[in-house]
Design a binder for this molecule. Structure first.
Ligand code: SF4
Length: 328
């Protein structure tokens, strides 16, 4: 199946969005779904042009509100695979509230968060993920904001699936997207995406082979968490209940954490998310958390069905907790 639309793609030359689009277009056929059963809902921003370029249903919706629209779709149409495409400005600033509540509710939607650490569409203002000190048109003396860590934020909102990948890493991104698609519930996938016009090279240290070996910490379920050109570094518990980096030769292999994204306690995945810092010195990639819990849409539909099939007398008791109607 061809998931490319006939629309001309209108991103700047070299934009990381092209690579993500290409990966999504190649990955969608593997889901075995009909095009008409897939919907991409976006907000406002460069990445939010995404739905135009896919030969599926799509909606270029309201700034920050894509999760709300997707919630309605997922709840009323369980036959659809519902995806949200959003950016760091759209999702974490004006849409912050919608994002955290969609994750908290565990609505069956998949959220792709394109994080380029800048507002691209409005031509280069700092965003909620920009580095402190970033000089932009709206922060001429440097940003004084503390940025969000989107992975930590999602975990704090009880997200049942949280992953991260690089725009340029087609294999890694495909793996995370595939797992997200198969997950029942809200999935947040943060994608580090280069904006060559307003924040070029923000993730270059993770794309240089030698640098990446020292910085990227691949999370593989069932395997000890280690990295480095020779796998000489690993992740171990620290005294505050989180994790830190250690030399394997000094602590011993048996001390390394064996990654398990199915751990229920969010403290585990949260601890992994805090290993990384804004300067990308250490950057875990892959799936941080993937746990099973009831979805909002399944439960809402079950309640509607229960109310629909109830006899009038039972319905009164169901909706009011009383045997007879009363007027307050
Ligand atoms: Fe891509 Fe940046 Fe251009 Fe937007 S402004 S299309 S993010 S390169």
């Amino acid at each position: 199946k061809d998931f490319k639309s006939d629309q001309e793609v209108r991103w700047c030359p070299g934009c990381g969005d092209y690579v993500v689009l290409n990966t999504v277009q190649s990955f969608l056929p593997t889901l075995g779904l009909k095009r008409e059963n897939i919907v991409f809902v976006s907000g406002i921003g460069c990445s939010s042009r995404f739905p135009y370029y896919l030969n599926t249903y799509g909606m270029h919706s309201i700034h920050g509100r894509a999760p709300a629209i997707a919630t309605g779709l997922a709840t009323t149409r369980p036959d659809l695979s519902v995806w949200v495409v959003t950016g760091d400005g759209d999702a974490l600033s004006i849409g912050g509230n919608h994002l955290i509540h969609a994750l908290r509710r565990n609505v069956n939607i998949k959220i792709l968060l394109f994080n380029n650490r800048i507002y691209g569409l409005t031509k280069g203002q700092y965003s909620p993920t920009s580095d402190p000190g970033t000089i932009t048109k709206s922060t001429p003396m440097g940003s004084v904001d503390t940025p969000f860590n989107p992975i930590s934020l999602a975990l704090g909102a009880e997200a049942s699936f949280v992953g991260r990948a690089l725009d340029s890493d087609k294999k890694g991104l495909t793996e995370v997207l595939t797992a997200a698609a198969q997950h029942r519930g809200s999935a947040l996938v943060e994608i580090y995406q280069n904006c060559p016009i307003f924040n070029d090279g923000a993730f270059d240290v993770l794309k240089d082979k030698d640098e990446a070996a020292h910085r990227i910490i691949p999370l593989r379920a069932g395997e000890p968490i280690r990295f480095g050109p020779e796998g000489e570094y690993g992740v171990v518990p620290n005294r505050w209940g989180g994790f830190e980096i250690a030399k394997v030769a000094e602590v011993g292999e048996s001390e390394l954490i064996v990654h398990d994204p199915a751990i229920e306690d969010t403290a585990y995945a949260f601890g992994l998310s805090r290993i990384g810092d804004q300067h990308l010195n250490h950057t875990p990639t892959g799936i941080f958390r993937q746990v099973s819990r009831p979805t909002y849409d399944d439960q809402a539909r079950a309640q509607v069905e229960q109310a629909r099939s109830a006899k009038p007398a039972d319905l009164q008791a169901l909706l009011t907790g009383k045997d007879t109607w009363t007027v307050d």
